[in-house]
Design a protein around this ligand. Structure first.
Ligand code: NDP
Length: 279
C-alpha cells in the first residue's frame, strides 16, 4: 500500500483524498490518502512523522503550510523555486524529502483543456499571494506575451514581480488595470469566497478580454465570473479543473503514472455541487 496525505489547517474541506483515490482506481494503484490537520506551528514535525512511515511516498501541502514546506524540502523544481512555495513533497531514495509546486502546471493544463490559447496573449493576474506566485513562470513558459500583476496591496505585487525578474512581468495599480487591455484575466485572490469582486469590471478592462478564470470554485459561478459574463466575456472558468490538474501532476511525480482527468473533473464537480446543496 502506497501512503499519501494532505496537510493543511483547516483541512476538513479538502477534496484531495477523493481525487487521488479516483486516480489510483483508474491507474490500478492501491493507496491510502489521509487528511492531516497540522497545528499552525507544527507542520514540519507532522510531515516528518508521516513521511518516516513504511510505505509513505509523499504528501500534498495546502494553506497555510506551503512556505514551511518550501523551507523544509530539498527544492530543485524551478516552479517551486519561483513560487517560494511547495505543494507536493516526496521521499527520494537517499532519505531526502523533495519539494515541488504543481499549482502553475495545474492552471496551465486546465486553461489548455478548456481550449484557451495562452500563446501571445496579455494576461492580467489579480492577487499576489501564494497561488499567484506559483502560476507566473508557468504562464510565461506557456507563451503569454505579458503578465501584469495587480493586487489590493500593491507593494506585495511589486515584491512578487521583482522576485521573478522577467521583462514580461509587470505591475499595475488596481485602478489602472484597463491600461493592460488583457485578453485573459485570472483572479487568484480569495475575494470570491466572500462574494466580492477582486477588481472593477466596469472600467473598460474587459474590452479585449475573451476569458476570465477564477481560482476559487463553488457550486455555481462566482460573482466575478457572472459579472464578466454579463459584460460580454465569452469564456468563464472556475478553479476546479486547476485543483484536479495540480493533483494529477503530483500523482505523476509520485507514481510516474499520468491520470486521464477529463472524466474526473466532471465527477468532482458533481461532488462539489451535491456537497454544497447539502450545506
Ligand atoms: P494568500 O492568502 O496567499 O493570498 C490572498 C490574496 O488574495 C492576496 O493577494 C490578497 O490581497 C487577496 N485578497 C484576499 N481577499 C481579497 C479581497 N476581498 N479583495 C481583493 N483581494 C483580496 O492565498 P492564496 O494565494 O494561497 O490563495 C488565494 C485563493 O486561491 C484562495 O481562495 C484559494 O482557495 C485559491 N486557490 C485555488 C487553487 C486551485 O487549485 N483552484 C490552488 C491555490 C489556491 P492582499 O495582498 O492585499 O491581502
Amino acid at each position: 500500500m502506497k501512503k499519501f496525505a494532505v496537510f493543511g489547517n483547516p483541512i476538513a474541506q479538502s477534496l484531495s483524498p477523493t481525487i487521488h483515490q479516483m486516480f489510483a482506481d483508474q491507474l490500478g494503484e492501491t493507496i491510502s490518502y489521509e487528511k492531516i490537520l497540522a497545528p499552525e506551528d507544527g507542520f514540519v514535525e507532522a510531515a516528518t512523522t508521516f513521511l518516516a512511515q513504511d510505505g509513505a511516498i509523499g504528501c500534498n501541502v495546502t494553506m497555510p503550510f506551503k512556505l514551511d514546506a518550501f523551507n523544509f524540502a530539498k527544492v530543485d523544481d524551478q516552479a517551486a523555486k519561483d513560487a517560494q512555495a511547495v505543494n507536493t513533497l516526496m521521499n527520494d531514495d537517499n532519505g531526502k524529502v523533495l519539494g515541488y509546486n504543481t499549482d502553475g502546471i495545474g492552471l496551465v493544463n486546465d486553461l489548455l483543456n478548456n481550449d484557451v490559447e495562452i500563446q501571445g496573449k496579455r494576461v492580467l493576474l489579480i492577487g499576489a499571494g501564494g497561488a499567484a506566485r506559483g502560476v507566473i513562470s508557468p504562464l510565461i513558459e506557456a507563451g503569454a506575451a505579458s503578465l501584469t500583476i495587480a493586487n489590493r496591496t500593491k507593494a506585495k505585487a511589486e515584491q512578487v514581480a521583482n522576485a521573478v525578474s522577467n521583462s514580461k512581468v509587470q505591475v499595475v495599480a488596481l485602478e489602472d488595470i484597463a491600461s493592460v487591455a488583457p485578453h485573459i484575466i485570472i483572479n487568484s485572490t480569495a475575494a470570491s469566497l466572500s462574494n466580492e469582486l477582486p477588481c472593477s469590471l466596469n472600467n473598460g478592462v474587459l474590452r479585449n478580454c475573451d476569458v476570465v478564470y477564477d481560482m476559487v470554485y463553488k457550486n455555481s459561478p462566482t460573482r466575478f465570473m457572472r459579472e464578466a459574463a454579463e459584460a460580454g466575456v465569452e469564456n468563464q472558468i472556475d478553479g476546479l479543473g486547476m485543483l484536479v490538474e495540480q493533483a494529477a501532476e503530483a500523482f505523476y511525480i509520485w507514481t510516474q503514472k499520468r491520470p486521464d482527468t477529463s472524466d474526473i473533473v466532471k465527477r468532482v464537480r458533481d461532488i462539489v455541487e451535491q456537497g454544497e446543496k447539502r450545506n
